[in-house]
Design a protein around this ligand. Structure first.
Ligand SMILES: [Zn+2]
Length: 463
């Protein structure tokens, strides 16, 4: 009964002679799953005193939150970076503050002297503070700002477009997060970083500006590959007319999409944060020194495609179902999506990878029994009472919820819409029991794996 993470922990190794930008430059307080404007306002204020930076308010959100840009450098080549256009995608926001800490550090003077006369850099660290406040993708109008590049009905989209038209960047870094179910091809590796040089037309042609984006991405990926080898994917370049990346590409801006993603044992995406910093520092060097021009476009072309739904949250493998001649074995895939936890697939799932995997080859599947809450009989659900019920084969409760007095921190399922039956099936509530020769072993409760022999220890969970 081992839970096997997909790969070993998030530790980055050094790549030969050089390591990534030191973690000493990581700005404290941003290692968390959601970042709101209140988290960054003191940081932005703190940057105003730096003689190296120019902090400006460039507009406001639909709900009136200020939008800031931070500029550095005085060169003719213009580079723009923007993050958190989707409010629940904060990884690169932290990375931009880390980058600024690195760029302005006293000991980096010699380094920045090499590029500050070549480049002007403008960064918008949080384009959608209203969405960030709610931890949602959309802005306060419920718009996907990244589908508003042509209509420009969102104030945030207008600010971004105004900046692009006035600043006229040569390079644009469109910084996002992708969902944790993306894998790199069918390798089973999580896509920790995904990239794209967005197309500017339906035919996905490559002009000089897009070719530069591809070469630069090649340089960035080559740089970080030794640190997160195999965890870098590439988006399919289907043209998206309403999106900012594609629109900027159409405007002749060499646009680079970087999507931060999951990494084993790294819930707050600190590996992707670190890799973002490394890529952006490399980009500054590469653009200022024009070294990307000698990078073969083959590197970009060889980055494996991303695959959505290649990684499920929890995979329970080799469960025995049924008895005697009628018995068979299945793998079960459990995912959380849009707040719903369900069995999304079953059968031979040897090609599907779980962020957390459990080998249940010694186990027999048991359909969960319903425990009926009876009027006038409140049930005090302590840990020990709950574990006892689970061991007896009860998986969930039915009836009047108010009769259940929850005194356990373990997940509890009440009145599931679609419980599993004797034959496990797709799109059912991910609640069932596993037993072996010694009896009840494990309860899977709404995607959480509860060890019934270890006092209800949680072995894995989708949430
Ligand atoms: Zn996004």
């Amino acid at each position: 009964m081992l839970c096997i993470p997909l790969a070993l922990g998030g530790a980055l190794v050094s790549a030969g002679e050089k390591e990534t930008v030191s973690l000493d430059y990581q700005v404290p307080g941003l290692d968390k799953p959601a970042i709101r404007q209140a988290d960054i306002l003191p940081l932005v204020e703190g940057l105003r005193t730096s003689p190296l930076l120019k902090v400006e308010q460039v507009g406001e959100s639909f709900e009136g939150r200020p939008l800031f840009s931070i500029a550095m450098g005085r060169g003719d080549t213009r580079v723009m970076m923007w993050s958190q256009m989707h409010g629940d995608e904060p990884t690169a926001t932290s990375a931009l503050f880390d980058l600024i800490a690195y760029m302005t550090a006293p000991e980096q003077e010699a380094w920045r002297d090499r590029w500050m006369d070549e480049l002007t850099l403008v960064m918008v660290p949080m384009l959608n503070p209203d969405g960030a406040e709610r931890n949602t993708r959309h802005n306060a109008q419920s718009f996907d700002i990244n589908r508003d590049a042509k209509a420009l009905q969102s104030p945030e989209g207008r600010v971004l477009m105004d900046l692009a038209r006035s600043f006229k960047p040569h390079f644009g870094f469109n910084l996002h997060d992708q969902n944790r179910h993306y894998g790199v091809g069918n390798t089973g590796k999580m896509a920790t970083i995904s990239v794209l040089a967005p197309p500017y037309n339906e035919a996905r042609e490559v002009n000089a500006s897009r070719a530069r984006a591809m070469q630069l991405i090649g340089a960035l990926v080559k740089r970080v590959e030794p640190f997160i080898g195999g965890h870098v994917g590439r988006y399919d370049d289907a043209y998206s007319w309403r999106a900012f990346g594609d629109t900027f590409s159409e405007m002749g801006i060499s646009t680079i999409l970087i999507e931060s993603g999951a990494h084993p044992n790294d819930p707050n995406r600190q590996v992707a944060r670190r890799i973002n910093v490394e890529m952006l520092v490399t980009a500054i060097d590469s653009i200022a020194g024009r070294t990307y021009v000698s990078v073969s476009s083959d590197i970009y072309g060889a980055i494996p495609f991303n695959e959505d739904d290649a990684i499920v949250d929890v995979k329970v493998g080799n469960v025995r179902v049924g008895q005697g001649n009628a018995a068979y074995r299945i793998d079960l895939a459990i995912n959380e999506k849009y707040g719903q936890v369900a069995v999304v697939d079953l059968g031979d799932l040897s090609l599907l990878h779980g962020a957390q995997e459990l080998d249940a080859s010694a186990a027999q599947y048991r359909a969960p029994r319903a425990y009926e809450l009876k009027p006038g009989q409140a049930l005090e659900l302590t840990d020990s009472r709950y574990l006892e019920l689970l061991r007896q084969g009860y998986g969930y409760f039915t009836g009047d919820e108010s009769l259940l007095v929850r005194e356990t921190a373990l997940p509890v399922v009440i009145n599931p819409r679609n419980p599993l039956g004797e034959i496990p099936a797709r799109r059912r509530s991910a609640t069932f029991l596993l037993e072996d020769e010694e009896g009840a072993w494990l309860a899977v409760i709404d995607g959480a794996l509860v060890d019934l022999r270890a006092g209800g220890k949680l072995l894995a969970s989708v949430r």
